[in-house]
Design a protein around this ligand. Structure first.
Ligand SMILES: [Zn+2]
Length: 122
């Protein structure tokens, strides 16, 4: 009887240790991700182009909303917390709106129907 109880306790201990190990692994993975995210080359400017023409260059460090109107329609570009995204657009495919926010040099969000390119530079 006594021995049986010890077994139960041991089983609990092992599963608790497993949980701790899992937590540690998750923490390490999270830390690695944070390290990667913070050590990417962060861009400083956002260049907004329509076709081959640059219509605006905005600092990535300053939160703001910028409405881009083209002959094809409009896109709402939002700069927030050092990232840029297209919040809304009246293009038919909405690919630009679904694109995740970008913040690294060379990353772009493209709205093909509107010939709009939002690019992180420098
Ligand atoms: Zn679009």
């Amino acid at each position: 009887m006594c021995e049986q109880r010890e077994n139960v306790n041991r089983t609990r201990l092992v599963s608790r240790a497993d949980l701790i190990l899992l937590a540690v692994v998750l923490l390490l993975a999270g830390a690695a991700l944070v390290f990667y995210e913070t050590h990417k080359e962060q861009g400083k400017l956002v260049r907004i182009r329509v076709g081959s023409e640059t219509v605006e260059v905005l600092p990535l460090g300053k939160d703001r909303t910028y409405e881009v109107k083209t002959g094809e329609g409009s896109n709402t570009v939002v700069i927030k917390s050092g990232t840029v995204s297209v919040e809304s657009a009246d293009c038919p495919d909405k690919i630009c709106v679904r694109h995740k926010p970008v913040d690294s040099v060379g990353e772009t969000i493209i709205c093909l129907p509107h010939k709009l390119v939002v690019e992180v530079v420098e």
